[in-house]
Design a protein around this ligand. Structure first.
Ligand SMILES: Nc1ncnc2c1ncn2[C@@H]1O[C@H](COP(=O)(O)OP(=O)(O)OP(=O)(O)O)[C@@H](O)[C@H]1O
Ligand SMILES: [Mg+2]
Length: 481
């Protein structure tokens, strides 16, 4: 069943059941109040009859009940408009008044009356109406015992109303109740229809938005009033869309970078591969005659293959660290001696660029790091410094700050703008995309690996740079805990 009908039905049922219960309760209450009032009235009449029309005469030790029929007639006359019937019994089948009546009192009732209890009887005409004639017709009446001072039953006064039945008096109430029931049902139906529509509309709105998102449109926002759980759901939905949108943007960004890298990598690989192919073909056709030329070509091929291997390795390293597969083996090292070795190895490279190293490290500088990865970090940063500095100075400083080790690598190179600096840790990012001539790789992956490695070391990094002035990388390694 659709939600609309479910909701509608439940609202409707609640209204109908509530009204029914209220109606039945009210009717029952009115009925018993009616009976109570009638009995109270009849009791008053019975009292009047007993005091005004019944006399007890004693002669020769016997007690005789005398009824003043004239008075009784007057009383009955007076109450005729109220359809009051009076009977006076001296025995359960002995009727003193009216003389023609044959109505008798059953044994059970007579015993109760003997015990001094009044009896109240409800009209059973309703049952007669439905033809369930299982007992004689009774009017709503009251039987009041008349006892002497010894508690002996002298007579019973019965006053009944043949105002046919109280049910008739209740008919009006029933009719009014029925009218109000139908009015309430109609109004309730309208109200529940509006309420249900309101709820289902809100749900439909959510459903529409979900479909829109499923179709790839993330520009959805549901306005909410923070009123109920549905609003909370809509709020969560908005948050989910925001998250999806962000991951979609991130995905697109990654995809864009991956595409850029593929283009760059293909471009970079093509040059060495073409060179290698050219040399190999030359060799095949015996173009290199003298040995020196041959050696030079083989050297070139070796260099080009190293470049290709480095490109592949760098990417593998990056993927490994991203996947959490790179495990560090940290130990206490002497950063000064390691960096000295790195500088020695890179001296040639620096000289080619007209750069000079200035080593301001203390003789010994303890650092807690993975040996090979520490070298990788330092090498990458120094290589960049050489790459982006022509005829300048590259200064390396280092010091201890408490348990931490701070290493600073500064150059007097081309520097970077703020926006360039913000992106240097991204994979495949190169500030100058047009720099096609690859001096030392230039695939834009070096710093992204440095960043991953520093993260694994839980080390901090800070970069300050000014275009045309130079760049400084400050690394802070934490000591052993
Ligand atoms: N010392 C520096 N001075 C100026 N720019 C720098 C410096 N270090 C890095 N950059 C900028 O950050 C970019 C990213 O550096 P990264 O080391 O990741 O890539 P790359 O050096 O271009 O290529 P790769 O290191 O993979 O061979 C560089 O292309 C450059 O634009
Ligand atoms: Mg680099």
């Amino acid at each position: 069943m659709r939600m609309f009908y479910q909701q509608f039905l439940s609202f409707f049922l609640i209204i109908a059941i509530t009204l029914l219960i209220l109606g039945v309760t009210f009717l029952g209450l009115s009925r018993s109040m009616f009976y109570q009032d009638t009995w109270d009235l009849l009791e008053d009449y019975a009292y009047v009859v007993r005091t005004q029309a019944i006399d007890v005469k004693k002669s020769n030790g016997t007690t005789k009940i005398v009824v003043d029929k004239k008075r009784l007639n007057i009383v009955e006359e007076m109450l005729s408009s109220r359809h009051i019937k009076i009977r006076i019994y001296t025995g359960k089948d002995k009727i003193l008044y009216p003389s023609k009546s044959k109505q008798i009192i059953n044994k059970k009732r007579w015993n109760e009356l003997k015990a001094g209890q009044s009896i109240r009887v409800k009209s059973n005409s309703q049952r007669f109406r439905f033809k369930a004639v299982d007992s004689p017709k009774e009017t709503t009446s009251i039987y009041v015992p008349y006892l002497d001072i010894n508690g002996k039953l002298l007579a019973v006064v019965s006053v009944g109303t043949v105002m046919d039945n109280i049910e008739d008096n209740l008919t009006d109430i029933k009719r009014n109740l029925l009218y109000s029931f139908f009015t309430a049902v109609v109004l309730g139906t309208i109200a529940s229809f509006i309420l249900t529509r309101y709820f289902t509309n809100r749900i439909t709105r959510l459903q529409k938005a979900t479909r829109q998102v499923a179709d790839g449109d993330f520009d959805v926002h549901i306005t909410t009033g923070h009123r109920d759980e549905l609003d909370d759901l809509a709020e969560d939905f908005n948050l989910m869309i925001e998250a999806l949108k962000e991951s979609r943007i991130e995905f697109d960004r990654q995809e864009e970078r991956r595409r850029n890298f593929m283009t760059n990598a293909a471009h970079e690989m093509r040059t060495p591969l073409t060179t290698i192919k050219g040399i190999l073909e030359g060799m095949a056709y015996g173009l290199f005659e003298d040995e020196a030329e041959c050696k030079e070509s083989i050297d070139l091929m070796r260099k080009e293959t190293s470049r290709l291997i480095r490109l592949v390795n760098d990417n593998l390293d990056y993927e490994k660290s991203q996947a959490g597969e790179l495990v560090l083996q940290k130990e206490n090292l002497d950063a000064s001696s390691i960096i000295r070795d790195v500088l020695r190895q890179m001296n040639d490279m620096a000289q080619k660029e007209g750069d000079r190293f200035e080593n301001k490290l203390p003789p010994v500088l303890g650092v807690y790091a993975d040996h090979d990865r520490f070298i990788q970090i330092i090498t990458n940063i120094i290589k960049n410094a050489i790459q982006f500095t022509d005829n300048g100075v590259i200064t390396i400083r280092g010091k201890k700050a408490g348990n931490n080790t701070i290493i600073q690598i500064s150059d007097t190179g081309i520097g970077m703008t703020e926006s360039q600096m913000a992106k240097i840790w991204d994979r495949y990012y190169k500030a100058d995309q047009s720099r096609k001539v690859a001096k030392f790789g230039e695939s834009g992956i070096g710093l992204s690996i440095v960043y991953q490695l520093l993260k694994l070391h839980k080390a901090d990094v800070n970069v300050s740079s000014e275009p045309g002035v130079g760049t400084t990388f400050t690394l802070t390694f934490k000591g052993q805990e």
